[in-house]
Design a protein around this ligand. Structure first.
Ligand code: HEM
Length: 459
């Protein structure tokens, strides 16, 4: 009995890593239904936000089903809908201009700047505005931004060594308490804004869209899965759930975009001829207001540069799924493994998939031209098609990232502003040996050594 109990307990905790694009395709596309959940308990987030015996689920943690569907549709039909994203161009422009204004003060001949703080300080207010609307004072926005950044760093660090077991909880109790504390402090910052919003809805955000928070306060989710769809058994979101969903929106909207902008700029500084070529495309763009359409389809080289950056450094380094049923047989296991009731824990390595030597020529080289017509990846986009997976920086299958279009637009908008307004060159330290591209895996795949570069305002 003890031996079989031990085997089952071990099987629950073993994580099976997949870095082969063909296997990922068989799992996430051919057997999508069997890979539609994330393993329970691996997320410090969901562990930390139980309330009255009920989990405060967000879109990332909730089980695939009607509750997930209600939360996800609310996001995709609301703020992430393509028509809304298109109308948000003036807000993106304002955020990009704020970044330019801030960096202009720091720029000058041979002046060096460390970029990460500037990038997150520009990306976060845009996401916070889409979340809470206008009228939140600057100090409050900065406090939320700092808290989200600290949370991403602490939770990412914990995530690497936390497997959800009791032993892991005991060994990591200090780090868990730290993460829980950060979530609590965020909740304290969000609650007054949520309350104010409950009392009165202020005008549209930027005069354009309803902020995400309004849709969450209006949303009704199934009380339990059985009652879904018949109009009965619907309920409002609990406060704790709203807090979790807000945190998810802010963290997803800031972390991955900031990481991608930093990596992209690092490569543009490492390969000055790519920076020049991109600048020529940007200077030649007829539409200086950078509409969604221009950013999506009007600048092929910009698109290629961002895709190449996402291929090499997918901001979310791994994605986790629980594999069930027939689909679990797709997972190559080195020794006989029983499939636990909660599914096999599978970890897809997005970095390995994007740099697979069978799929890509010179996978470790930054070569945006591969995404241009005639290149080996001319038909590859940010989301894999049904036929094959060659890269999947936004995931794949039922749980793929719903924020892909927003993520691409925001990333491109900030990269355009940085390249159009400034010349970038390696820092004195990097001039000899090149930029250190070592990756730090947390929740977001960041540059281990934050990018420092020489910045000169263009005249
Ligand atoms: C460059 C930007 C972004 C990248 C690279 C990225 C990447 C990812 C990845 C890899 C996943 C896991 C997908 C899977 O399991 O198949 C994911 C999930 C998710 N992302 Fe993003 N993301 C980005 C931006 C955003 C934005 C802007 C939002 C919303 C504001 C967002 C919201 C979400 C949500 C809610 C999920 C969970 C989806 C679900 O479980 O149904 N992401 N993202």
């Amino acid at each position: 009995f003890l031996r079989s109990y031990g085997r089952r307990a071990r099987a629950r905790l073993v994580v099976h890593k997949i870095g082969d694009p063909a296997v990922a395709h068989r799992a996430l596309i051919d057997n999508a239904d069997d890979f539609s959940n994330r393993p329970a308990g691996i997320f410090p987030v969901s562990l930390a936000t139980w309330e009255n015996g009920e989990p405060n689920e967000n879109i990332t943690t909730v089980r695939y089903g009607p509750h997930w569907s209600a939360l996800r549709c609310n996001l995709t039909a609301g703020i992430l809908h393509p028509t809304r994203l298109a109308s948000l161009a003036p807000l993106r422009q304002e955020a990009a201009q704020a970044l330019v204004a801030e960096l202009s003060g720091a720029s000058g001949r041979d002046r060096e700047v460390t970029l990460r703080g500037h990038i997150t300080a520009a990306v976060f207010p845009l996401v916070a505005r889409l979340c809470f609307g206008d009228g939140v004072d600057g100090g409050h926005v900065r406090a939320m931004g700092t808290m989200v950044r600290d949370f991403l760093a602490a939770a990412g660090e914990l995530n690497r060594r936390f497997d959800g077991s009791m032993l892991s909880k005991i060994v990591n109790w200090r780090a868990l308490r730290h993460v829980t504390g950060l979530i609590e402090r965020q909740a304290e910052l969000y609650r007054p804004l949520i309350e104010a919003r409950r009392r009165s809805r202020s005008p549209l955000c930027g005069g354009i869209v309803h902020p995400y928070i309004d849709s969450l306060l209006d949303l009704r989710v199934p009380d339990d899965d059985a009652a879904a769809g018949d109009g009965h058994g619907l309920r409002e979101l609990r406060d704790g759930e709203v807090v979790g969903l807000v945190l998810e929106f802010l963290a997803a909207g800031m972390g991955s975009v900031s990481a991608c902008v930093e990596w992209t700029l690092a490569h543009l500084i490492d390969r000055l001829e790519v920076q020049d070529k991109l600048r020529r495309e940007i200077d030649g763009a007829a539409d200086a207001t950078l509409s969604s359409k221009t950013l999506r389809t009007g600048m092929p080289y910009l698109n290629a540069v961002v895709l190449e950056s996402l291929r090499m450094h997918p901001p979310m380094p791994v994605l986790m799924r629980a594999a069930h049923g027939e689909g679990a047989k797709v997972v190559p296991v080195t020794r006989a493994t029983t499939v636990p009731a909660e599914g096999l824990r599978v970890m897809f390595s997005l970095g390995d998939i994007g740099r697979d030597g069978k799929t890509w020529t010179d996978p470790d080289e930054f070569l945006p031209e591969r995404f241009l017509p005639g290149g080996e990846a001319e038909d590859v986009g940010p989301m894999p098609g049904r036929k094959e997976i060659r890269m999947m920086p936004f995931g794949a299958g039922h749980r793929h990232c719903p924020g892909m279009s927003m993520g691409m637009l925001h990333t491109k908008c900030f990269v355009v502003a940085l390249v159009r307004e400034f010349e970038w060159a390696p820092s004195a330290e990097d001039r000899g040996g090149g930029i250190d591209m070592t990756e730090l895996d947390g929740f977001s795949k960041l540059m281990k050594k934050p990018l420092t570069a020489c910045v000169t305002r263009r005249t």
